[in-house]
Design a protein around this ligand. Structure first.
Ligand code: GLV
Ligand code: GLV
Length: 320
């Protein structure tokens, strides 16, 4: 008998189709709209396998509706949407998509770095709004990325990929991480510093650490106060790591030069959010891994786990 698989979003047909060999598949038929919670809870009651995105919370409540659940695959490397402890208690497996999105996400981080430093979105708005009347020396002047100091909080795969790109821009690379990365220090000259020193010394602070109870609110008013007034803060990890109200205050008051944000406490961010009123904020709709190649590779990594489970084989990229 085929196993029951529920997919919380409409994924490309050619990617889902091969799974039919092992699964009786049902899915939420919308590509852009998140499945409402009550519909999700109703859908999981008889499924053995659940394929989710970061918009879906897999928590104790959901598990209480899903007595047959054995495997959850998450279309992301970050898995703060999944209560892994609760899964573990019930012996439910879970997988994510590490590795395949490292370079794509690091590329976007550099996009945000350049966009904030050189005021690219603001300059484009200026042109389109008909404000470009002449060329003058202090017009839309920004900050240099080349040769500046970058401080990376969270030196995992993506953090290291950001650091390697920074070397190409002849930047000095500081980092803070739970574990020292001795090999990377020796190979590339990255320098380990305390979080406090990183915040004080960096021209660009990049957050790449996973979101969990240790990193929730990691960057609040106190930490922002340590940063240089002309520094830039970039976050492409998860929104809850920065206190957004405190960030708004320092940006508004000239105690921080700019912020580049791909992630927010609440996603989608509300259109009347104070951060969106500031010209020195570059805000993106969580597109860190959004290249065609990488999103396809992420989907295929989930498919691989689902295939392995369907065939009764060992599953890789487990997070449980
Ligand atoms: C996206 O944010 C991911 O964690 O893959
Ligand atoms: C994710 O792949 C990370 O370890 O940063």
């Amino acid at each position: 008998m085929k196993k029951k698989l529920f997919i919380t979003r409409k994924f490309p047909t050619h990617i889902v189709e091969p799974l039919q060999e092992y699964y009786e598949i049902s899915q939420w038929e919308e590509e852009e709209i998140v499945i409402p919670r009550d519909k999700l809870l109703a859908a999981v009651t008889d499924c053995e396998v659940l394929w989710v995105t970061i918009a879906d919370q897999v928590d104790e409540e959901l598990l209480s509706y899903a007595p047959n659940l054995k495997l959850v695959t998450n279309l992301a490397v970050g898995y703060n949407n999944i209560d892994v402890k609760a899964l573990r208690k019930k012996g439910i497996m879970a997988t994510n998509t590490p590795g395949v999105l490292t370079n794509t996400t690091a590329d976007l981080v550099f996009g945000l770095l350049l966009a904030t430093a050189r005021r690219i979105p603001e300059s484009e708005r200026y042109l389109r709004e008909g404000k470009w009347k002449s060329w003058y020396p202090m017009q839309l002047v920004g900050k240099d990325v080349s040769g500046a100091t970058i401080g990376i909080i969270g030196m995992g795969r993506i953090g290291q990929a950001v650091a390697r790109r920074a070397k190409g821009f002849e930047m000095k690379v500081l980092y803070n991480n739970r574990r020292r990365r001795h090999e990377a220090e020796e190979m590339y000259g990255f320098q380990y510093v305390s979080l406090e020193d990183l915040l004080k010394q960096s021209d660009f602070v990049v957050i790449m650490t996973p979101y969990n109870s240790d990193t929730e609110g990691l960057i609040g008013a106190q930490e922002l106060a340590l940063m240089k007034d002309d520094a830039v803060l970039i976050n492409a990890s998860r929104g809850g790591i920065i206190d957004e109200a405190a960030l708004y205050d320092v940006l508004k008051n000239g105690n921080l030069w700019a912020a580049g944000l791909d992630v927010f406490e609440q996603e989608p961010i509300a259109m009347d959010h104070p951060l969106l009123t500031l010209p020195n904020v570059v805000a993106l709709p969580h597109i860190g891994s959004a290249s065609l190649e990488t999103r396809t590779a992420m989907l295929m990594l989930n498919v691989k786990a689902l295939m392995a489970y369907g065939q009764g084989k060992a599953i890789s990229n487990r997070i449980d």
